[in-house]
Design a protein around this ligand. Structure first.
Ligand code: XMP
Length: 507
């Protein structure tokens, strides 16, 4: 379907592209992501944003845009980072290539407080992530902001074309939302975004795509797959929901998940494949190898249970897709392989058998969708849990003994978070294992045991995260209970690493 009056975001491959879409939606307008190669599929947008990207415009295979088509929309256009450099070239300017990267906070100084910078401070922190810079500007290009060194970082060209070198979409750009809003205020009659409309749109898309075919889908009890199944049911699709117990779940999790689905009146089929997973993982230490084993095994077990299915539905979200750059048209680079992107899935995808209705969404948007679908708050409030389960919280080899230790530590820590009213304030929390033995004293005996790492983060989108300053009393009680009750652990550490550079999980 060709859209009208929406905000079309052209994806040049930046890690942050979908964040632009999300910010626009947060500002109340409907935004959709396109590959620059698909510019003819955009319809008649109300505004266009060109994203950043990892390439240099000087590279031979640097992504391009059909400038004539872009101009023909006759709407405001904003180029972000790579997008601005590309626009500068299109307007007859040039870009100075550099292999020196500017990454991190910088100071934005608007030269006028109109256009993009109405209401923006004289000095505003923004986030930069680029190597190349614009030079030789078109005579009609106007510099509308500079950085702390006086270098142009924002341009305005004739007819409402704008460029910004920084990323307004990341939270480190303190006034980024306002700058985006100022840009969008140049557009007229933008299509509004409401989660209810979006739900309806997803349902129509599902019906169109699925028809009378049977859909199978894996459920984990987590927010994404639960919302997915309920959405499929709401769309009236013939769906089988299969729950694979991979042996990498948390304490009592299988029973809890079954109970939750019973409450929602959704029938699920459970397959206990714990032994299979654990024997396939035995002795495997490499994180990527572990992920691939789990992903492939999941498909094997799952497909075995399925028999033959016409369509596989997955609750893949946008951050999952972007970090493994699996989107065939995405120009982003791979960070790690997601379990939804193992070869078998890619094969099914190539055959057009994979349905991922949530792939444009972030976690909190999925929760919002779940709420309008009538899913209960305690289910929607569950912290995210990775598909590869406790294996990514157990660096190195995984076995039942280590998993039991993690389960016990995790249950104590999560119990304390709930007891102290912190569970819902934290985006994700867990206890993992650091399989390194250190010396301690337990009772009157020397102990030589492993450590557990407690991690609690807040995040908006899982792409960045901050550790949570939990009350000392909570940590003290969790530590005390773990040290007293979990045999095999004589040390409790609290992980105070931000993402980046660390990730939320340990593998
Ligand atoms: P990282 O460790 O990459 O995690 O900072 C970001 C978020 O994603 C979750 N995660 C996964 N979720 N399959 C999933 O379904 C996976 O393979 C996977 N790896 C990480 C992680 O728990 C966090 O919420």
């Amino acid at each position: 379907m060709q859209e009208t009056n929406h905000v079309a975001v052209l994806d040049f491959g930046s890690q942050y592209t979908q964040l632009i879409v999300r910010r626009v939606r947060e500002l109340g307008f409907y935004a959709k992501l396109y590959s620059p190669d698909d510019i003819t599929e955009i319809g008649q947008p109300g505004a266009v944003i060109l994203s950043g990207g990892p390439k240099s415009t000087s590279e031979e295979d640097a992504p391009d845009v059909d400038f004539e088509k872009l101009k023909s929309f006759d709407v405001p256009v904003l180029g972000v980072c790579y997008g601005m450099q590309l626009l500068n070239i299109k307007f007859g300017g040039s870009v100075k290539a550099s292999d020196k990267r500017e990454y991190g906070p910088a100071m934005l100084k608007p030269t006028s407080h109109e256009n993009l910078y109405t209401g923006i401070s004289g000095e505003s922190q923004v986030w930069m992530s680029h190597s190349d810079t614009v030079e030789n500007l078109h005579p009609e290009a106007e510099v509308i902001a500079v950085n702390q060194h006086g270098t142009p970082v924002s341009l305005k060209w004739p007819e409402n074309f704008f460029g910004i070198q920084f990323h307004p979409e990341v939270t480190h750009s303190h006034e980024g939302n306002q700058i985006l809003q100022n840009f969008l205020s140049h557009a007229s009659d933008l299509q509004p975004f409401h989660i209810d409309d979006f739900k309806q749109e997803l349902i129509e898309g599902i019906r169109e795509r699925v028809g009378t075919k049977q859909v199978v889908c894996g459920v984990s009890g987590g927010v994404d797959s639960t919302v997915l199944v309920v959405l499929l049911k709401e769309a009236g699709v013939n769906v089988r929901a299969i729950f694979v117990d991979n042996g990498l779940l948390r304490k009592n999790e299988a029973a809890e998940v079954q109970g939750n689905f019973r409450r929602m009146n959704v029938a699920i089929e459970t397959v206990d494949a714990s032994e299979k997973f654990l024997s396939a993982l035995a002795g495997k230490e490499d994180p990527e190898e572990k992920r691939k084993i789990i992903g492939n095994m999941f498909i094997e077990v799952f497909w075995d249970a399925v028999g033959d299915a016409e369509i596989l539905a997955q609750g893949t979200l946008y951050p999952d897709v972007i970090e493994s750059a699996s989107n065939a048209k995405s120009k982003a680079s791979v960070i790690k392989t997601h379990h939804n992107r193992v070869p078998k899935i890619l094969e099914l995808q190539a055959q057009g058998k994979v349905l991922e209705p949530l792939a444009e969404l972030f976690k909190d948007e999925v929760r919002e969708l779940g709420t309008v679908l009538g899913i209960e708050a305690d289910i929607l409030g569950r912290h995210p849990f990775p598909g590869p389960g406790l294996a990514v919280r157990c660096p190195g080899a995984v076995d039942e003994h280590r998993l039991e230790i993690i389960r016990d530590c995790d249950a104590i820590f999560i119990g304390k978070l709930k007891e102290h009213g912190w569970y819902s304030k934290v985006w994700q929390a867990y206890a993992g294992l650091i399989p390194v033995k250190t010396v301690g004293v337990k009772g009157d005996e020397r102990s030589y045991e492993w450590a557990t790492n407690l991690r609690a983060v807040i995040s908006e989108d899982a792409m960045t995260a901050e550790w949570v300053d939990l009350p000392a009393q909570l940590l003290r009680e969790a530590s005390q209970d773990i040290l007293n009750q979990v045999s095999g652990i004589n040390r409790v550490l609290y992980d105070i690493s931000t993402k980046p550079p660390a990730s939320i999980e340990w593998e």
